[in-house]
Write a protein that binds this ligand. Structure first.
Ligand code: PMP
Length: 373
């Protein structure tokens, strides 16, 4: 099997699963219980949180455990909107965002908030002049992906921050789900940051929201104190420790992994460029982990299923989007045909050059076969 859909999810690493199992069996207590089993679990929770904080270069008190980036994104958008509605009712985001941001923004729009989508340039970067035009004293949040899930564009967070700095009542939320473990993330420029463990060989059902210590938001999920006051529920200690392990395995190797994936990317892009009906949608600002392209004369579903018959797994758009047209791709090229034919390949550092070579051969066979129809 060749699995090139790592941006949808990754397979759990063996060591991560072992950590999960060990904590399940050896630390059964609730970390908030006062008896010795609880204390033992609490010690492990604090150890894991410290470790995660060190790996991410944030403070332990800035870490909020969630069920994943969807919950993290919801927590920030709704939490800011609820807390700061008296300051302003304006939120800025982009068409490159994941559905968990876009749909939450639409929900807030239905509640009276004004949502603006900043323009995207053809190179995939957000149009900073347009951001300057849109932002006002009533803007309470700018929500942007560090790296978007469809095209893999890495945004210039520093430049975005500079603009927001002129508006002290506005916060910057960055969805780093597709950036985590792939590129260095500078947390200093960011007020809120979302991520999910299952994109880095961790388990499904755990994610993080990093929140700058001094910022107060309203809760999405109410109840008793958990690991923080911001998200209730019994601390998911086995999942927390499995996340620590996933981060330990990936964070120290970001640079090596990046260089390896860059080689895979270069080889595949060179091969794809030879086809007349292939439009490469990813740009020079895309990270090498994601290649988005459109085969303009073949339905993407047909192509993907034909690849699957050869045991190769790739994706149309992102796994979580629900319309035919990719609004991400459309926001760059303003072309319906390109935006309705997009296909995404997403690598992990575990993919090999041999897999890319096999992919290229199979791609050629299927492209020629389906083009004749
Ligand atoms: N944001 C981005 C950029 C993503 O790629 C994803 C997952 N596809 C999410 C948020 C949501 O993550 P999860 O499904 O783990 O909640």
């Amino acid at each position: 099997m060749i699995y090139f859909d790592n941006s949808a999810t990754t397979f759990v690493d063996k060591e991560v699963l072992e950590t999960f199992n060990k904590v399940c069996t050896e630390y059964p207590g609730n970390a908030n219980s006062i008896h010795s089993l609880g204390v033992k679990s609490k010690e492990l929770e604090d150890y894991a949180t410290d470790k995660i904080a060190k790996l991410l270069k944030v403070k332990p008190s800035e870490i909020i455990y969630t069920s994943g980036a969807t919950e993290s994104n919801n927590t920030v958008l709704k939490g800011i909107a609820s807390k700061y509605k008296n300051r302003g009712n304006h939120i800025i985001t982009t068409h490159l965002e994941h559905s968990s941001t876009i749909e939450t923004a639409k929900y807030l729009e239905s509640k009276g908030f004004i949502i603006d989508y900043v323009k995207i340039k053809e190179d995939g970067l957000i149009d900073l002049d347009n951001l300057k035009e849109l932002i006002t004293d009533k803007t309470i949040l700018v929500a942007i992906s560090y790296v978007d899930s469809e095209l893999g564009i890495k945004q210039n967070i520093k430049e975005i921050r500079k603009i927001i700095n002129n508006y002290p009542k506005c916060y910057l939320h960055v969805d780093a789900t597709q950036a985590l473990g792939k590129i260095e993330i500078d947390f200093n420029d960011i007020d809120f940051l979302s991520m999910s463990a299952h994109k880095i060989f961790g388990m499904k059902g755990i994610g993080l929201l990093i929140k700058k210590e001094n910022i107060v938001i309203d809760n999405l999920i109410h109840g008793g104190k958990s690991t923080t006051i911001y998200r209730s529920g019994t601390p998911a200690l086995p999942l927390i420790c499995s996340l620590m392990k996933a981060l330990e395995l990936i964070i120290p190797n970001i640079e090596n992994n990046y260089n390896h994936v860059k080689e895979l990317n270069n080889k595949l892009i060179m091969a794809l460029k030879k086809y007349n009906n292939v439009h490469i949608n990813s740009t020079n600002n895309s990270i090498p982990y994601i290649i988005n392209f459109s085969i303009t004369n073949i339905k993407p579903e047909t192509f993907i299923h034909a690849m699957e018959e050869e045991n190769i797994f790739i994706s149309t758009k992102s796994a979580c989007s629900n319309s035919e047209l990719s609004s991400s791709v459309y926001s760059l090229y303003h072309d319906n045909n390109i935006a309705t034919h997009s296909i995404r390949i997403s690598f992990s550092y575990k993919n090999t050059i041999e897999e890319v070579e096999t992919f290229i051969k199979v791609f050629d066979k299927i492209y020629n076969k389906l083009s004749l129809k």
